[in-house]
Design a protein around this ligand. Structure first.
Ligand code: TRP
Length: 371
C-alpha cells in the first residue's frame, strides 16, 4: 500500500523534530508506526524546566516563563516539567499529578507554542533517569557537598534528607546534557548547578571523547528576580504559605490585597536604592509588567506615597495575570489536547535524548547485542 502525502504545508524549522504516526491494519487504530523527521540542527538549543510542585508563582512567570516564550523563535527550545526533581521533597501523589497537568496548561497559557518548542514531562522520558545514573558515577561527593541548595533544603526538610535531594543537581545535568543544550535560562539560585553540569560534562568529555556540549547560562535583562512580598530578601517561592507569594492563578482581589500588604520601609519615597528591598522588589515587578524603566517609575510616583504605588502595581499585575488566566481556563477545559501535547512532546524529546544516551552507553562500555 502506498500513500502520497504532501508535506509542503508542514513548516519545520531548523532542528525541529516532527513525529508522524501512520495507522494501518484491520481496525485502523491498531498499529501505529511513528516516523520521525529531523531538520539539520543549526539553531542553538535551549533547555529549561520548573518543578511542578505547586502552582507557579509570579516569580516563575516574570523570571522564567515569559522569557522562555520570547526566545522560542530564535532558539530550538525544550521546556520541561521537572517532576522527577519534585519528588526529592515529599509530594501528595494526587496533587503532584494534578499539578503536572495544570503546569502544562500554564506553560501553554503563557505562550509556550508546541509548534515551536518541545514541551514535555521529565518522567515521560526515561533517558533522564538513565543518564542521571551514569552521571552520578562521574560526580564527586566533594562537589555535591558544596551545593548550597542541598544545604538549604536539608535544613528545611531535616526529616527527609534523601539521596535524591543530594544527587538532584546531577539529574539536572542529565536534563541539560541529553539535549546538547547550548543555553540554559536559569535564575541565580541554579547557577551553581549549571557550573556543576559544565564540570561533569568536561570530565566525561576528557575521559572519553567529545560527547556533551558544554552549556552556558542564558540570562536575560528582563528576567526579573522576584522576591517574597513578606520577606523581600528571599526569593518568591511556591512553597511559602503566607501572603508573600503571588500565584499565577490568584484572583485580582487576592493580588491587590497581597501587594497592599507587601513589606516596604519608612523612607516613603518610591526610588530604587540599596537596602530598600521591598520597594526595589515592587519596582522590579512593576517594571517587568509595564516595561517602564526604574527612572520612569520614580518620576511617575514622585511626590506620591507607597499606597498609590502599590495600587498601581496591584492593578498592573492583576491585569497581566487575567489575560493568562483566561487562556489557562481555555486549555484546562481541553484535557485531550494537553494530553496530546504531552505525548508528542515526550516522543520528540525521547528521540533526541536517546541519541545522546546511546552514545554515552557505548562510551562507558555497556554491551549492545545489536552492534
Ligand atoms: N532545578 C531547577 C529549579 O528548581 C529545575 C530544573 C530541573 C532545571 N532541571 C533543569 C532548570 C534543567 C534548568 C535546566 O529551578
Amino acid at each position: 500500500m502506498c500513500y502520497n502525502t504532501k508535506y509542503s504545508d508542514i513548516n519545520l524549522s531548523q532542528g525541529q523534530v516532527l513525529v508522524v504516526s501512520i495507522r494501518f491494519g484491520p481496525g485502523a487504530e491498531r498499529y501505529e508506526v511513528p516516523i520521525i523527521m529531523e531538520m539539520n540542527e543549526t539553531k542553538k538549543v535551549v533547555l529549561s524546566g520548573i518543578q511542578p510542585s505547586g502552582t507557579l508563582t509570579l516569580g516563575n512567570y516574570l523570571g522564567a516563563l515569559r522569557n522562555w516564550v520570547k526566545v522560542q523563535d530564535e532558539y530550538l527550545c525544550y521546556y520541561m516539567l521537572a517532576d522527577l526533581h519534585a519528588i526529592t521533597v515529599r509530594q501528595v501523589p494526587a496533587d503532584l499529578r494534578q499539578n503536572c497537568f495544570k503546569t502544562a496548561a500554564i506553560y501553554l497559557a503563557a505562550g509556550i507554542d508546541p509548534n515551536k518548542s518541545t514541551l514535555f514531562l521529565q518522567s515521560m522520558v526515561p533517558a533522564h533517569s538513565q543518564l542521571g545514573w551514569v552521571l552520578d558515577c562521574y560526580a564527586m561527593m566533594g562537589e555535591l557537598n558544596r551545593m548550597t541548595q542541598f544545604k538549604d533544603k536539608s535544613a528545611r526538610h531535616a526529616d527527609n534528607i534523601n539521596g535524591g535531594l543530594y544527587t538532584y543537581p546531577v539529574l539536572m545535568a542529565a536534563d541539560i546534557l541529553l539535549y546538547q543544550a547550548d543555553l540554559v535560562p536559569v535564575g541565580n539560585d541554579q547557577l551553581q548547578h549549571l557550573e556543576l553540569t559544565r564540570d561533569i560534562a568536561t570530565r566525561f568529555n576528557h575521559a572519553y571523547s567529545d560527547t556533551f556540549k558544554i552549556p552556558k547560562g542564558l540570562t536575560s535583562e528582563t528576567g526579573a528576580r522576584i522576591m517574597s512580598l513578606s520577606d523581600p530578601t528571599k526569593k518568591m517561592s511556591k512553597s511559602e504559605t503566607g501572603d508573600g507569594t503571588i500565584f499565577m492563578l490568584d484572583s485580582k482581589d487576592v493580588v491587590i490585597r497581597k501587594i497592599r500588604k507587601a513589606v516596604t520601609d519608612s523612607d516613603g519615597e518610591v526610588r530604587y536604592a540599596e537596602g530598600k528591598y521591598g520597594i526595589n522588589n515592587l519596582m522590579s515587578i512593576y517594571s517587568a509588567v509595564t516595561g517602564k524603566t526604574f527612572e520612569e517609575i520614580e518620576s511617575e510616583f514622585a511626590g506620591k506615597g507607597y499606597g498609590d504605588f502599590k495600587s498601581a502595581v496591584g492593578e498592573a499585575v492583576a491585569d497581566e495575570l487575567a489575560v493568562l488566566q483566561n487562556e489557562y481556563q481555555h486549555y484546562m477545559s481541553d484535557k485531550a489536547y494537553i494530553n496530546q501535547i504531552l505525548i508528542e512532546g515526550a516522543e520528540k524529546a525521547s528521540y533526541v535524548a536517546r541519541k545522546t544516551l546511546s552514545k554515552v552507553y557505548r562510551k562507558v562500555g555497556f554491551y549492545d547485542p545489536a552492534k
